[in-house]
Design a protein around this ligand. Structure first.
Ligand SMILES: [Zn+2]
Length: 341
C-alpha cells in the first residue's frame, strides 16, 4: 500500500490521542463501551466550543491573546461535526498554530499517498489525532464483542453503518478504522465504499416513504444495545427488534417511550423460526423521537399482563438528543437538569 501520511505524524497524533483518552478516563469503566465524547473532551480541556453557521468552513482552531477556542459549523451531520471537532482538538493538544479547515479534512484518507503529498505536518498530525481519538482500537473491539459482529459480518455495509452510528463516526471514517484494525482488508473496503448510506437507511424502513435521508439516521436496535448511548438527530428513526416470549404470555410495553414523546410509527411481530411451536417471536417497532423528547435513560419492560411483577425483563438505552445543529456555545449535558431517571 502506498504510504500517505508520514509515520512521524501518525505516531505523534496517535500518542497524543491515547494520552488524552487516558487522562480523561475515556478508556476505562463505563466510558470504554461508549462513543468517545469529543465535545465533552473539548469542554474539559477548557476550550470554548462555539457552533456557528459556517460555510464552506467546517471548523477552526482559534487562539487570540493566548486564549484558545474552537468553532464548528452547524451545517453538517453529527458524524462530520464530531470528526472536525476531534481534528480541531488535535490542533489544540498538539500546540499547533490557529487554523481553519474546510471539507478536505473529510475527503482525504491517511492511506492514500496523493491526499497527503503536500499537506503540512500539522494537518497530518491533527488527522491522525482525530482518527485515533474518535475511533480508538479498543472501541472497535468492544462493539464487535457486544454485538457479536465478526469480520464476516463487517463485510456487510448495513452492519458497518450500524457500527458507524454507535461510534459516532461517518461511514467512511469507520471503514478506514476497520482497515487500520485489520478487521477488513483493502479490497473489502473498496467494495464497501461503493455502498450508499442513503440506500442502507431506506432498506431498514422499506415501507416508509422518506423524502430525504440526508439528515436522518436509522438505528437498528436490539437486546445487545442494552445501555447503549443513542445520540440521535431530531429526525432519526429507530427500528427496535426485541425477542418476545409471547408463548409464555410475555409482552413488551412501549408506553414509556410514548410518554417520553417518542412516536411509535409501526408495531408488529415476526416469528424467529417459521412453524416451530413455542418459538419466541421478535417484536419490532419503528419509532421516532419528538422534538421535545428529553435526554434520559429509558427502560422498556417485558411483562405478563396478568402477573406484571413476575420475572419481568427490561431493556434500557440512554437517549441524547443532538443539539449541534443549533448555533451557540456548547455546554455538556447535565444529568440533574434532564429527564434522566
Ligand atoms: Zn486542520
Amino acid at each position: 500500500m502506498a504510504s500517505g501520511i508520514t509515520r512521524e505524524a501518525v505516531l505523534k497524533g496517535m500518542r497524543a490521542a491515547l494520552r488524552l483518552q487516558r487522562d480523561l478516563g475515556l478508556d476505562r469503566g463505563e466510558a470504554r463501551g461508549q462513543r468517545v465524547d469529543v465535545f465533552g473532551a473539548i469542554y474539559k480541556e477548557n476550550v470554548p466550543l462555539l457552533f456557528r453557521k459556517l460555510e464552506p468552513l467546517l471548523g477552526a482552531y482559534l487562539r487570540e491573546d493566548g486564549n484558545p477556542g474552537i468553532l464548528l459549523t452547524t451545517r453538517r451531520p453529527l458524524g462530520q461535526q464530531r470528526f472536525t471537532a476531534a481534528h480541531e482538538l488535535g490542533h489544540h493538544i498538539l500546540n499547533h498554530d490557529p487554523h481553519a479547515d474546510d471539507d478536505r479534512i473529510l475527503r482525504r484518507s491517511p492511506d492514500m499517498a496523493r491526499d497527503y503529498m503536500h499537506l503540512p505536518p500539522a494537518e497530518q498530525e491533527a488527522d491522525a489525532f482525530a482518527s485515533y481519538f474518535l475511533v480508538p482500537d479498543w472501541l472497535i473491539g468492544t462493539l464487535m464483542r457486544r454485538h457479536g459482529w465478526t469480520t464476516h459480518h463487517l463485510q456487510d455495509p448495513g452492519t458497518v453503518y450500524q457500527m458507524a452510528l454507535r461510534l459516532g463516526a461517518s461511514y467512511r471514517a469507520t471503514l478506514y478504522a476497520l482497515v487500520r484494525n485489520k478487521v477488513i482488508g483493502a479490497g473489502v473496503r473498496q467494495q464497501l465504499a461503493k455502498a450508499q448510506p442513503a440506500a442502507l437507511k431506506r432498506s431498514l424502513v422499506a415501507d416508509l416513504s422518506l423524502e430525504t435521508t440526508q439528515n436522518i439516521d436509522v438505528w437498528h436496535l436490539t437486546e445487545r444495545d442494552e445501555g447503549t448511548v443513542i445520540e440521535a438527530g431530531r429526525d432519526d428513526l429507530f427500528v427496535v427488534k426485541l425477542r418476545e416470549d409471547s408463548n409464555a404470555g410475555y409482552l413488551w410495553n412501549f408506553e414509556e417511550l410514548e410518554q417520553a414523546g417518542f412516536a411509535i410509527l409501526k408495531d408488529g411481530r415476526e416469528q424467529v423460526a417459521e412453524g416451530v411451536i413455542g418459538a419466541p417471536t421478535i417484536r419490532h417497532i419503528l419509532a421516532r423521537a419528538g422534538h421535545a423528547t428529553a435526554h434520559g435513560t429509558y427502560t422498556l419492560w417485558e411483562r405478563r399482563p396478568w402477573a406484571p411483577n413476575d420475572d419481568p425483563k427490561q431493556w434500557s438505552f440512554d437517549y441524547r438528543p443532538v443539539y449541534t445543529h443549533d448555533a451557540g456555545l456548547f455546554r455538556p449535558f447535565s444529568r440533574q437538569a434532564s429527564g434522566a431517571r
